[in-house]
Write a protein that binds this ligand. Structure first.
Ligand code: MG
Length: 261
C-alpha cells in the first residue's frame, strides 16, 4: 500500500540544531503502490550507519582546530566550505573527505598543525574504509521478507566504486540485490539511466532512502515513487528542506516498508 501524507511535526536533524519540517505518514486511504517492478535501495545511512562514523572523525579535527577557530562550530564551517569547494572535482567518498580534512587542517592552522597530528587525522580517515557495516535495525529481516515475497531489489549508491563494493561485502546484504549500481552522483539523469538499464517504467520503480536531496527529489523528478526513511544524522551537504509530493511517503523505521509497499 502507498499511504497518503498528512500531519506535520518537527524533527531535529543533523547535529540537533536545525529543525526541519517533516511530514508524518499516516494510514490514510491514499494511493496504492501497485505493479512495482523493482524496489531500489540507497545504501549509506539507509541500510547501515555511515555518517555516524564520519562524524566521529570530524569531531577529532574540530578539537584539533580549536586553537585557531575557538569553537567546534567554526571548525565545522571551515570543513564544510572545503568540502563544498572540492565537491565538483573530487565527488563523494572517503578519499575526497580525507583530502578535505587535511586541506582544512593545514589552511585553518596556517600550516602550524604538527605532522604528528596530521598523521593521526589521516589514520582516523583510513578507519572509514573499514568500519563495520552492520545492518541497521530491521534491515536484514525486512530484506529477507521482501525476498520471500518475490520482490526484485536493486542497490543504488553514490561514492567510490571500491569503497562502496567493500561496504556491501562487509554488510553481508549483497545476496538480496539482483543489481548493484554505484555512481559518482545521484541526479535525476542517473535515475533515468538506471530505469532504462532495468528496462522498467519510472512509475514501477520505488526509491527507498534517507536523503531528500539525493534519493527522494531526483527519483521523484524522474517519475519514480519514493519512500523516505530519515536517519538520525545528516551530512551537511545532504541537508534539504522537506517537501511534499504525491508520490513521496515517509516511514520512521525500516520494517514499515512491508506495510507501505
Ligand atoms: Mg544515504
Amino acid at each position: 500500500m502507498f499511504h497518503g501524507l498528512c500531519a506535520f511535526s518537527l524533527l531535529h536533524c543533523g547535529r540537533g540544531e536545525e529543525k526541519v519540517r517533516v511530514i508524518r505518514e499516516t494510514c490514510s486511504d491514499g494511493e496504492m503502490i501497485q505493479d512495482i517492478d523493482f524496489i531500489v535501495f540507497d545504501a549509506d545511512d539507509t541500510l547501515w550507519d555511515c555518517q555516524g562514523h564520519f562524524e566521529v572523525v570530524m569531531q577529532r579535527l574540530y578539537d584539533e582546530l580549536l586553537p585557531w577557530t575557538g569553537t567546534r562550530e567554526a571548525a565545522a564551517s571551515e570543513l564544510y566550505a572545503t568540502e563544498r569547494k572540492n565537491m565538483r572535482l573530487l565527488g563523494f567518498g572517503v578519499k575526497a573527505f580525507t583530502l578535505s580534512m587535511l586541506e582544512t587542517a593545514m589552511r585553518v592552522s596556517q600550516g602550524q598543525m604538527s605532522a604528528n597530528t596530521l598523521s593521526d587525522i589521516l589514520r582516523q580517515c583510513y578507519t572509514l574504509l573499514e568500519f563495520p557495516c552492520t545492518p541497521l535495525p530491521e534491515v536484514k529481516e525486512t530484506l529477507w521478507q521482501l525476498t520471500q515475497q518475490g520482490r526484485r531489489m536493486v542497490l543504488f549508491t553514490k561514492g567510490e566504486l571500491l569503497d562502496q563494493q567493500h561496504k556491501l561485502e562487509r554488510s553481508g546484504l549483497g545476496r538480496y540485490f539482483e543489481h548493484v549500481e554505484i555512481t559518482s552522483d545521484k541526479r535525476e539523469a542517473d535515475f533515468r539511466l538506471l530505469a532504462r538499464k532495468l528496462g522498467a517504467a519510472p512509475r514501477s520503480l520505488v526509491m527507498v532512502g534517507n536523503s531528500l536531496k539525493s534519493d527522494m527529489a531526483p527519483a521523484l523528478a524522474a517519475g519514480w515513487r519514493a519512500v523516505y526513511i530519515p536517519f538520525h544524522v545528516t551530512w551537511q551537504l545532504e541537508r534539504h528542506e522537506h517537501f511534499e509530493h504525491e508520490r513521496l511517503t515517509e516511514i520512521s523505521h525500516f520494517a514499515q516498508l512491508l506495510s507501505v509497499l
